[in-house]
Design a protein around this ligand. Structure first.
Ligand code: ADP
Length: 399
């Protein structure tokens, strides 16, 4: 069975074609600048060099057509006919409280994704554009939605409810939803496999640290708390997002400086975090370099980031009444030896001891704690596309 996985943004589209008989990736690519001048597609058939084409791509429908053309290409493609394609799986950011699992997309599901647009105004419309484009180009194909929020739907009310008057939850749907669920699910389960133990026996804190970051408490396979919330701003310091703040400070600033909600949103999402503190960059590689050469604000940003992660690990260990493993993933978690070291320093009291030489790896699966560490520390590269492909296959087979 061959499954196409799509991750549609407002002006971009990432794709991977899986052969689910062995879960191998046959081809993958990226369409960029959809609807913007200079749009292009970069396509790679596994084992071959990438091909890039700059061409006019005014909308997602044209983008999907182009992806299919590339997948059918006799040299760079990986499908001899469209009949070989069994289903398309989409990453969808927000499923609200309706979806705790992946679902086959039908009219009703489309309506709910649409209803969730106010909760994810930047992402859900782009995901919908992708789904509708596939509907037009491949009207017969089975489509599946895999939600970033779904894994966190197991959080108990005490973890997801905010301390505002309760009717704001009931009427305005203000609650903690959490994001990166597919990644937390994948790395928690993979960590259990690596440790050779059922995930149902383990209390794991998963640290997804990329441009956007979140920490999750995975108690016996279920998300019970997570650091992102109603929005993607709270939690630990991110590339350009602020992380946890005192909300009254925002009101104070808006009033004092006459800042509009839209401008404030820009500050919180795009000008804060590592970039805002350091004044240099949102990219952690730049920050590590600047901190190493004595830049104090870069060093502060790095300290704040690692201190924040350590606090969450401690809090979630307490929330779960114990901890068996800490997992690092995504761009920073998989690659930054320094961040993993700084986060782990001070976790010895929990029984988590980092092995400095084992920690000296990038981008591959490894147990990086010492032999005598009661809590295992792991690096697990995330693979959200594989989870989407697996869920899509399972739902396609169940029809
Ligand atoms: P996104 O959330 O956009 O998917 P990624 O998961 O790709 O982001 O993570 C991007 C982050 O990973 C950037 O801050 C980048 O600096 C960081 N990163 C990537 N490689 C390294 C590295 N070798 N050392 C430190 N940080 C790294």
């Amino acid at each position: 069975m061959k499954v196409l996985v799509l991750n549609c943004g407002s002006s971009s589209l990432k794709y991977q074609l899986f052969d689910m008989t062995d879960e191998s990736v046959l081809a993958k690519g990226l369409v960029e600048r959809i609807g913007i001048e200079g749009s292009m597609i970069k396509h790679t058939r596994t084992g071959m060099d990438a091909v890039s084409t700059t061409t006019e791509i005014p909308n997602h429908k044209v983008a999907i057509r182009l992806v299919i053309e590339h997948l059918l290409d006799p040299i760079h493609g990986a499908l001899s006919s469209l009949n070989e394609l069994s289903a398309v799986g989409h990453r969808v950011v927000h499923g609200g409280e309706k979806f705790a699992q992946s679902v086959v997309i039908d009219k009703e599901v489309l309506d709910v994704i649409e209803e969730c647009v106010p909760l994810a105004p930047l992402h859900n419309p782009a995901n919908l554009m992708g789904i509708r484009a596939v509907l037009e180009v491949l009207p017969e194909i089975l489509q599946v939605a895999v939600f970033d929020t779904a894994f966190h739907q197991t959080m108990p009310a005490k973890a997801f409810t905010y301390g505002l008057p309760y009717h704001y939850y009931e009427e305005n749907r203000l609650r903690r939803y959490g994001f990166h669920g597919t990644s937390h699910f994948y790395v928690a389960n993979r960590a259990a496999e690596i440790l050779g133990r059922p995930v149902e026996e383990l209390k794991i804190v998963t640290c997804h640290m990329g441009n956007g970051s979140s920490i999750t408490a995975v108690d016996r396979g279920r998300s019970v708390d997570t650091s992102l919330g109603f929005s993607t701003v709270p939690g630990i310091l991110m590339g350009t997002r602020a992380g946890d703040l005192d909300p009254v400070m925002i009101l104070h600033l808006m009033e004092q400086e006459g800042i509009t909600p839209k401008a404030m949103s820009h500050i919180l999402h795009k000008e804060s975090g590592v970039l805002g503190i350091s004044g240099i960059s949102s990219d952690l590689r730049d920050i590590e370099e600047a901190a190493a050469t004595g830049n104090e604000r870069a060093a502060l940003a790095l300290d704040m980031l690692c201190y924040g992660v350590r606090k969450y690990i401690g809090a979630y260990a307490a929330a779960m009444g114990g901890i068996d493993a800490v997992v690092f993933t995504a761009g920073i978690g998989e690659n930054s030896v320094l961040v993993r070291q700084m986060v782990s320093e001070g976790l010895e009291f929990l029984g988590a001891k980092l092995d400095l030489s084992k920690n000296n790896i990038r981008g591959k699966e490894a147990i990086i704690s010492t032999e005598d560490s009661r809590v295992r520390i792991l690096v697990v590269p995330t693979n959200e596309e594989l989870v989407i492909a697996r869920d899509t296959k399972a739902l396609a087979e169940g029809r």
